[in-house]
Design a protein around this ligand. Structure first.
Ligand code: XIL
Length: 433
């Protein structure tokens, strides 16, 4: 197979793993191929369907379900050893019109809600790690939003939703999720008090998600303190929809500010023991909701429209402890190729070549990839090779870490397989020790 045109540099999912948190991204199911799919699989430890699990997507007509988009994301995650954040079961927005226009009496509406949760969370039982059970229940002043649910059912809709979700998938972590609750303030106080009330009633709520749709230069200074106070209630916390928008066009100064902002948010999560991770709401500017929702604004994600990592990507990596020395030295890059040399019954041998494609000597290299058909590395030579689920990481040994410009190093492995042996996806080479 050929060389994949992916940028060198730090791999966020591996760095995050090493720090005990998960770095995830929202994705669009229909785009999960090519470079978009490779980066989503290689760089992130979890995926969230941006729209595909919302009520209007899964049940556009009453009783007639459409799971293809949601299935695609869940299958992608399984193939890449990723977690799934399910988003979202009960929300006021992106509801099907049969539901919003249905004028259902409260009793029927409550059953519609709990049945919906049973069907959707039941379908993905054991495959979704976290559910955003209720999304955006708060008003800006800290009172409960007058949604369809609240208007008809009162505050008890929340308890019922969480109980239905627990019954449908006892192992999933159940979250309430909201925006403009990232720092201390009236809305966040309202959410805090809501969570406290629910916990006091024995409602099965495991976590609070903070969307963090932020503006460049305006990361709340109280983010960490706020995450901490929720965690002190005895729940997990997570940043669930991070993006940091700017007025277009992007300039070097704004992108530098954005880098520092992504660093701050990531650092705040790392500082709170119960913060389980950060999810960005789209990893590339070509797949962000910002330009259409906030006209004139954009460039809100860690990669530009052409999948080139922005300073924000480096900022996240640095917050996660990346010691690649800031940006890789100018002229430093590598590529990796993977070739199956031999196959037998239930095994195979693969040969890999790491090439220094830069103009300066390369000091240390890491190759990573994902197996999509259950292949398992059993033995390796000329590299230290480890595998976690489908994800494989190969690091140079002491004697072959340095590669002169234009030079290459070979290593290899034996693997087991139970059927076909398709080439791996997300093949990436990273420079630096
Ligand atoms: C957004 C999607 O990204 C868009 O594609 C869609 O048109 C509207 O919804 N808070 C949420 C997300 O919880 O579900 C929203 O996602 C963004 C704001």
């Amino acid at each position: 197979m050929g060389v994949l045109p992916l940028a060198d540099g730090p791999v966020l999912r591996d760095l995050a793993d090493a720090r005990g948190i998960t770095y995830g991204t929202a994705v669009t199911a229909s785009k999960l191929t090519g470079t978009y799919g490779e980066l989503a699989g290689a760089q992130f430890g979890s995926v969230t369907p941006g729209n595909e699990m919302k009520w209007a997507s899964v049940e556009p007509t009453r009783g007639s379900y459409s799971w293809s988009g949601a299935d695609r994301v869940v299958d992608f995650a399984a193939a890449h050893g990723q977690k799934v954040r399910g988003h979202t079961l009960v929300w006021h927005s992106q509801l099907p019109s049969w539901l919003t226009g249905g004028s259902f009496p409260p009793g029927e509406l409550r059953t519609l809600m709990t049945d919906h949760i049973a069907v959707e969370a039941g379908r993905y039982k054991g495959r979704v790690d976290h559910w955003d059970v209720v999304n955006e229940p708060m008003n800006e002043d800290g009172s409960l939003r007058r949604s369809l649910w609240y208007e008809q059912l009162g505050e008890s809709y929340l308890a019922d939703a969480f109980r239905a979700a627990r019954a449908a998938d006892p192992d999933a972590k159940l979250y309430v999720n909201d925006y403009n609750t990232d720092g201390l303030g009236a809305k966040s106080d309202g959410l805090y008090n809501l969570v406290k009330r629910l916990l006091a009633q024995g409602v099965p709520i495991d976590g609070v998600g903070f969307q963090a749709h932020l503006i460049v230069g305006q990361v709340p200074s109280t983010l960490e303190a706020n995450l901490k106070r929720f965690a002190d209630l005895g729940v997990d916390v997570a940043i669930t929809e991070l993006d940091i928008r700017m007025a277009l066009p992007a300039t070097d100064a704004k992108l530098a500010q954005q880098k520092s902002d992504f660093t701050k948010v990531t650092t705040a999560c790392l500082a709170v023991a119960r913060c389980v991770g950060v999810t960005v709401w789209g990893f590339t500017d070509s797949d962000s909701w910002i330009p259409s929702t906030f006209p004139g604004q954009g460039a809100a994600t860690p990669y530009d429209e052409n999948f080139v990592p922005k300073p924000a990507h480096t900022g996240i990596a640095e917050a996660l402890g990346w010691t690649g020395g800031g940006d890789p030295p100018p002229g430093s890059s590598c590529s990796v190729t993977y070739t199956v040399q031999n196959e037998w019954g239930n095994g195979f041998t693969a040969a890999l070549t790491v090439r220094n494609t830069g103009t300066v000597p390369l000091d240390g290299w890491t190759a990573t990839w994902s197996y999509g058909a259950g292949q398992q590395v059993t033995q390796a030579w000329n590299a230290t090779v480890t595998q976690a689920a489908t994800r494989v990481t190969a690091v140079n040994l002491a004697y072959n870490g340095t590669i002169p410009a234009g030079g290459s190093v070979n290593f290899g492995l034996n693997g087991s397989r139970s059927g076909t042996n398709p080439p791996p996806t997300g093949l990436l080479c990273t420079t630096g020790s």
